[in-house]
Design a protein around this ligand. Structure first.
Ligand SMILES: NC(=O)c1ccc[n+]([C@@H]2O[C@H](COP(=O)([O-])OP(=O)(O)OC[C@H]3O[C@@H](n4cnc5c(N)ncnc54)[C@H](O)[C@@H]3O)[C@@H](O)[C@H]2O)c1
Length: 238
């Protein structure tokens, strides 16, 4: 085969591969919440930490896919403005996840307002102490990180399952982190808190599956939004 023919053949193969990739993407869209498939139509979701970052992005996608979303956060002004922008399927509720009663209230609000809770997304979290070494780690700071990043998720799973078990259905999602799996990715209190989230998810998933409730976690890598920027600043020392 001549060089030109070889080149043309190579180009054709590359174009075929691109076309296949495009077809796969189209096919993938059918199954992805990235599309506006409406696959969450009629579902009621509660997302913590929805005034910013990952929680806000999730709220937008959930609504695009037909869900009714309760956005829970401590940033009232921001949360209300986002809910307002998202339209009638979004409601903002103040909720400090470190306070179990406030989690109880927001879960109960979902049931009294919408009659059900289908998805509980325990997403809110903090970067923690940013202590650069184990010697710098103040244990009061460690406790605070665990209260917001772990204890709150225990309460979130507890109260979501309280209203999901009677319906024998539901999906609970928690945001963990790659820092839970790989050492050296973040400050110790944060890494430990996220490793605990993975343990919590495994433990409760094993119990709740008998009630038709799925419990899963998502472990994002470092994203340069609010929390990600704090780590980068900590790592770079400014
Ligand atoms: N950004 C990253 O690089 C990264 C990587 C892995 C995991 N995560 C995790 O993702 C989740 C979301 O973080 P993000 O990156 O979107 O950061 P973010 O700071 O943009 O969002 C966190 C949200 O949680 C809220 N929040 C904090 N404390 C709260 C409390 N006590 N009660 C209620 N709401 C509270 C904040 O107000 C904020 O709106 C966190 O659990 C975080 O640990 C983030």
């Amino acid at each position: 085969m001549s060089r030109i023919a070889l080149k043309l053949n190579g180009t054709k193969l590359a174009l075929d591969a691109l076309a296949k990739l495009h077809t796969n993407r189209q096919h993938h869209k059918l199954f992805s919440t990235d599309s506006q498939s409406g696959r969450l139509a009629g579902k009621v979701a509660l997302i913590t930490g929805a005034a910013s970052g990952i929680g806000k992005a999730a709220a937008i996608r959930f609504i695009q896919n037909g869900a009714k979303v309760l956005l829970a956060d401590v940033q009232d002004h921001l949360g209300k403005s986002i809910a307002n922008d998202l339209g009638t399927n979004a409601i903002f509720i103040h909720c400090d996840i470190a306070n179990e009663q406030e989690i109880t209230n927001v879960v109960d609000y979902a049931v009294t307002h919408y009659g059900r809770l289908d998805v509980m997304y325990n997403n809110a979290g903090i970067a923690g102490t940013l202590a650069p070494t184990i010697l710098d780690l103040e244990l009061e700071g460690f406790d605070q990180t665990m209260a917001v990043n772990v204890r709150s998720m225990v309460a979130g799973i507890k109260h979501a399952s309280r209203v999901m078990i009677p319906r024998q259905a539901g999906s609970i999602i928690c945001t963990a982190s790659t820092a839970a799996i790989l050492g050296g990715m973040a400050n110790h209190d944060y890494a430990v808190s996220k490793a605990a989230v993975i343990g919590l998810v495994k433990s409760t998933a094993a119990e709740l599956n008998q009630h038709g409730i799925r419990v899963n976690c998502i472990s994002p890598p470092c994203i340069t939004n609010t929390i990600g920027c704090k780590w980068l600043q900590g790592a770079l020392g400014y």
